[in-house]
Design a protein around this ligand. Structure first.
Ligand SMILES: C[S@@+](CC[C@H](N)C(=O)[O-])C[C@H]1O[C@@H](n2cnc3c(N)ncnc32)[C@H](O)[C@@H]1O
Length: 230
């Protein structure tokens, strides 16, 4: 007999995820059309450039959390990455990613999963070289839980893009948050402090190897320190 394990979620997080699914389902269609016409956004492009510049990319498995329509995965695959796994809360976004996967003929190298990263099983038996969190932690209230699961997957590299968290952004975030929560019936963009995110990763043997700002976005690259026993 199969046993079902119920993962309990605070009501507010449940509500947030339901609203996010709806919002990003609509957004994925727009994003996919933009990607096909114009390519990646500047921060997403930068992450793909950083990954493919490394020798490890060709034999690596990369996991894109909150992949939307899968654009970062496709650019990595087009540039020689061995395999990508994309996960997104929105079934609609994953449906679009699956259509693009067929169109680009990546059936044997791209895997997409619909569901919250916090719930899904990651479909790989191979080690994960890198994990990408591009503009995603700002879309979920439980950043700390997401990072803990990322760390448990033991990637060698973690790529994170976050909105600036200075005092001005914090101030305007409050009224904007109220408006978005009202119009989307529960979704609210999150401003997790960069300091908190750093402290979680640094505590787990990751080193910050790059930080870059583009307009309102900061991209950080962390690498696992390989401590050899003495
Ligand atoms: C702002 S969009 C960014 C999409 C994509 N990374 C990009 O840069 O275009 C945030 C995405 O994260 C997804 N998302 C939010 N929370 C998630 C979670 N817990 N698990 C998986 N995906 C999540 C949303 O559905 C949405 O597609």
């Amino acid at each position: 007999m199969t046993e079902t394990v119920e993962i309990s979620r605070p009501k507010s997080v449940e509500k947030h995820e339901i609203a996010a699914k709806k919002l990003f389902g609509k957004e994925a269609k727009r994003q996919a059309a933009k990607y096909e016409k114009k390519g990646l956004s500047s921060t997403a492009k930068r992450i793909t450039e950083l990954i493919i510049a490394q020798d490890t990319a060709k034999n690596g498995v990369y996991l894109d959390i909150g992949c939307g329509s899968g654009k970062i995965c496709f650019e990595l695959l087009k540039n020689g990455v061995k395999k990508t796994i994309g996960i997104d809360l929105s079934e609609k976004a994953i449906e679009i990613a699956e259509q693009l996967k067929e169109k680009f003929n990546f059936q044997d190298r791209a895997v997409f999963v619909a569901g919250s990263f916090l719930d899904v099983e990651i479909p790989t038996t191979e080690p994960i070289q890198g994990i990408i969190l591009h503009r995603v932690l700002c879309c979920h209230p439980e950043a700390e839980k997401i990072l803990q699961k990322v760390i448990a997957l033991n990637p060698q590299e973690i790529y994170i893009t976050l909105p600036t968290d200075n005092r001005i952004v914090r101030t305007i975030h409050v009224p904007i948050g109220v408006l978005t929560r009202t119009f989307t019936k529960g979704f609210q963009a999150q401003l997790h402090t960069h300091k908190k995110i750093f402290s979680i990763l640094l505590e787990h043997d990751y080193t910050l190897v790059l930080k870059e700002r583009k307009t309102l976005w900061w991209t950080y690259v962390f690498r696992k320190e390989n401590k050899t026993a003495v």
